[in-house]
Design a binder for this molecule. Structure first.
Ligand code: ASP
Length: 595
């Protein structure tokens, strides 16, 4: 790097500061322009003149050479050729003199790969296909070459042909030939390119690769271990470049980013694979709002142009509010059915389990209202909801079916006093035919259960035709003010970090850290899209003493394993913070256009 820079300087007649700035300025401007200006040349360097999908009436009369896969053949006269760019109709010559061309094109099995050369002609009047972008033209073939034949396929290469996930994975290379998969990978590549452009060219970030062979460090997810050649010695694969990017801040690289591979040995979950990609970012001298604006701008800039634009700023919700209203730290805010606390309504209740819950210190009564649930939820749905609550949360759920005249149908209807009923209607804004699901217990547990049931019921309603969530809507949300620590599930006396151990405490709660650490909120923020966490980050601790205290005293971690970081913080580490966007999860939320 230095050597390259010094060569650049030496090549200049006057290596003044001003000249250098001009060079850098025009360098970055030309990068911006070059990526925006040019339509990519899709047929350079290869054995074709055009792609199958690009030919139009404007190409009439042109001699072209195309390479692609045989998608259809009809009556040994028409052949449809496909490449990543689209489909084009080819006319198989019927005259004697072209018998060898006809033989190749008629005998090659479907999905064989061929090269054809010929003339672009217009289709006879009335035979145009307006559904095909190339539907006005066809190719009058003169020569053809079979580049490679295709064996009998395990499934047809057509997106509408259903295949199991296992089969798709086994023949991934065939699955990738489909329109949807092609679209997904190309969309990903375009978005990453725009993100790089935004970060590097518009905001001066530096793309830095960090090591993937590292040592074990405490906290967080389980790491993969890689045996070395030296018996008994192993590497760990990093769960993220977190420590490296913080060290880069200490090194003065104050705007870092990386399209980073992360490895977590957690077993596959529906929304997480053992290895996945993050857009990993870190900045010095920044606060939470700075990171949030950066990410809003980044997503707005790189968002696919064929989608509704991203609207910024994204709304923000505290962790406490997300838990109380949606029962989760990643609320799907595309629909209502929020959790409502109805404890006050039931202070004088005669219903045993409600009474019981309220008599406990953290006891609450909570409810959600399922609009028109009476119409859409079957008895067996309610039964399985109650079973789910009992099996997974050890909680009771009471369904209340609201009838006309407030004549309710519920196992406890006779115990619900009139003013309680009216109060419920008011608080939950219920209407006739709605179903209320009610539960009682400790705040977090009751909210978590109802949060799960809210999503479950939304799926059920949608499966029965109710339009609850707009599939075209992107509902971004910042969740902020998380607790810095959570009690460990297996031992609630001990604490673990909510994000990671490098997250800074909220400045207004720092006084609790030494006495009641569980009360401290953090400077951690998550980005949620349509109910899925797609990113998270925090302002970091840059004070070695504070970091040591949290690691050693609160989290009871072996600080020796992080001595490299603690030491670095002592050498003038700047205040810093960052975020990582989980690229795969984010993209999974972008519904793709199936052509
Ligand atoms: N390294 C964190 C993660 O992977 C993100 C961050 O705090 O920047 O979740």
């Amino acid at each position: 790097m230095f050597c390259w820079l010094s060569r650049l300087y030496r090549g200049l007649s006057r290596p003044t500061r001003r000249t250098t700035q001009l060079i850098w300025g025009s360098f970055s401007r030309s990068l911006v322009l070059s990526s925006q200006r040019r339509i990519p040349e899709l047929s350079s360097f290869v054995a074709r003149t055009n792609t199958c999908g690009e030919l139009r009436s404007s190409h009439l009369g042109q001699e072209v050479t195309l390479c692609g896969w045989i998608q259809y053949r009809r009556q040994n006269i028409f052949l449809v050729l496909r490449d990543f760019h689209g489909l084009v109709q080819v006319i198989i010559p019927q005259d004697e003199s072209a018998a060898s061309v006809k033989k190749i094109l008629c005998e090659a099995p479907m999905e064989s790969v061929v090269q054809v050369s010929g003339t672009v002609i217009s289709r006879p009047p009335g035979q145009e296909n307006p559904k095909m972008p190339t539907g006005e033209i066809e190719i009058k073939v003169k020569t053809a070459k079979l580049l490679n034949s295709c064996k009998k396929l395990p499934f047809e290469i057509k997106d509408f042909v259903k295949k199991t996930e296992a089969l798709r994975l086994r023949y991934r290379y065939l699955d990738l030939r489909g329109v949807q998969m092609q679209y997904n990978l190309r969309l990903r590549s375009q978005m990453v390119m725009k993100m790089r452009e935004y970060l590097c060219n518009l905001h001066g970030f530096v793309d830095i690769e960090t090591p993937t062979l590292f040592k074990r460090t405490p906290g967080g997810a389980k790491e993969f271990v890689i045996p070395s050649r030296e018996p008994g010695k192993f590497y760990s694969l990093p769960q993220s470049p977190q420590q490296f990017k913080q060290l880069l801040m200490v090194g003065g690289l104050d705007r870092y980013f990386q399209v980073a591979r992360c490895y977590r040995d957690e077993g596959s979950r529906p929304d997480r694979q053992p290895e996945f990609t993050q857009i990993d970012i870190e900045m010095s001298f920044v606060e939470q709002t700075g990171i949030q604006s950066l990410i809003e701008g980044l997503l707005q800039y790189s968002w696919p142009s064929d989608r509704d634009p991203v609207v910024v700023p994204f709304p923000s919700m505290t962790f406490a509010e997300a838990l109380a209203s949606y029962g989760t730290d990643k609320p799907d805010t595309r629909f209502g059915m929020k959790i409502v606390d109805i404890s006050d309504m039931f202070r004088n209740t005669e219903v045993g389990f409600l009474q019981d819950a309220l008599s406990k210190p953290q006891g609450t009564i909570k409810a959600i209202c399922i609009p028109e649930g009476e119409k859409y939820l079957k008895r067996k749905d309610i039964e399985s909801i109650r079973k789910f609550a009992a099996d997974h949360f050890n909680q009771e759920v009471l369904p209340i079916f609201l009838k006309t005249n407030n004549n309710w149908n519920s196992p406890v209807a006779k115990f619900i006093m009139e003013e309680q009923g009216l109060g419920l209607i008011r608080l939950l804004e219920t209407q006739e035919e709605d179903v209320v699901l009610l539960t009682a217990g400790e705040h977090k547990k009751a909210c978590s259960l109802l949060g799960k049931l809210r999503l479950e019921c939304a799926d059920l309603l949608e499966a029965r035709g109710v339009a609850l969530r707009d599939p075209a809507l992107f509902s971004f949300l910042w969740v902020v003010d998380f607790p810095l620590f959570f009690p460990k599930e297996e031992n609630p006396e001990e604490l673990e970090t909510a994000h990671h151990p490098f997250t800074a405490p909220h400045p207004s709660d720092i006084h609790h850290l030494y006495t009641e650490p569980q009360k401290v909120r953090s400077q951690h923020y998550d980005l949620v899209l349509n109910g899925s966490e797609i990113g998270g980050g925090s302002i970091r601790i840059h004070d070695a003493e504070l970091q040591h205290y949290i690691l050693a005293t609160v989290l009871k971690e072996d600080v020796k394993l992080l001595s490299h970081l603690l030491q670095a913080l002592d050498y003038g580490a700047p205040p810093h913070g960052g975020i990582a966007i989980d690229y795969h999860r984010a993209l999974r939320r972008v519904p793709c256009a199936v052509q």
